[in-house]
Write a protein that binds this ligand. Sequence first.
Ligand SMILES: Cc1ncc(COP(=O)(O)O)c(C=O)c1O
Length: 387
Amino acid sequence: MFNGISLVIYLDHNATTPVLQEVREAMLPYLSDEWGNPSSSYRFGSRMKSRVEEAREQVAGLIGCKMPREIVFTSGGTESNNTAIHAAIMAQPDKRHIITSQVEHSSVLTYCGYLERHHGYRVTYLPVNQEGLLSLVDLESALGDDVALVSLMWANNETGVLFPVAAIAELCRGRGVPFHCDAVQAVGKLPVNVRELPVDYLTLSGHKLGVPQGVGAVYVHKKAPFVPYLHGGHQERARRGGTENVPYIIGLGKGAELARKKLPSYDRTVRVIRDELETRVLNSIPNTEINGHAAPRLANTSNITFHGIESEALLLLLDQADICASSGSACLADSPDPSHVIAAMNPGSAARQCVRFSLGLQTGAQDIAKTLESLKQIADTFGGQLS
Ligand SMILES: Cc1ncc(COP(=O)(O)O)c(C=O)c1O
């Protein structure tokens, strides 16, 4: 059951989340009578400034940031990732080497590829093992004097596998190399505390937190090198030009405040339902495996390979049963290529036969029971193909 759309079982929260009622209510006045430009000198406009600053404090609070001015509002995770990479490399023009991993989100990989092809940067794409984990030894040996930035994600959007970000951050800080963490899938699902994590830049996105698409933020440590990505006015302390998206920023603030409140119970609430799904799939559908099952993982994510069943067909049949899931990143859903994440974990594997289920706090046992029923029917239909 899902938010009044009673027939749809929504198991794709890593792609986007439903807009929370409290968020919508917080935003609505700023889409009608409450408007104005936060940079205006007259009171009618400048009262918006205090609302934006309040939202900045709410976002800072969610990630343990004591200095809200270290938060820069953006249009979302993609812009935040591009901003952080750009900020670090432009501020250190003599350093021409970026370290990232093979399993990052396309907003990191595509920008790094562009910098490689068009601007002569050297990019190291760290490999991962079968469980989706990278080796700190590999990272350490790649960390030469020429490195401008290490950009590694916290939680993988396709598998939920968690990188050891605390150790990565320590390693980078020890070598004096700026560290950017794409924490889009971690924020709101795990405790994220930038006071304890020596990170220079950290990305988050509103639409993973019950906020509409199109707003996000990047935390920028006060001492981190920074050259703006968007050049314009003096907004965001001259770190991001452009009149602020006030209603959405207010929505992000509200979403952050709510996520902070829900965080203490998030893990145990979704984990039990997710584990139930995995156990029942493994027990009742032959030739299935959980990708990254032995690694530390997000509590809400399950990436399952159904050997012998193409994910495209499986997703279509699930859709016909009003079950929303995906084969990986929503940003690449129209791509014919197999998942780069599953392919990196297991080269030559069935990267086209995996489905990601990502749960939310509203996902209930009934949703899982119905999903399992459909999966069993689909598997029976494909039974002949299963070895
Ligand atoms: C890990 C990760 N990074 C970045 C992004 C991009 O965020 P946005 O959709 O806000 O641009 C996503 C979106 O799915 C993501 O999962």
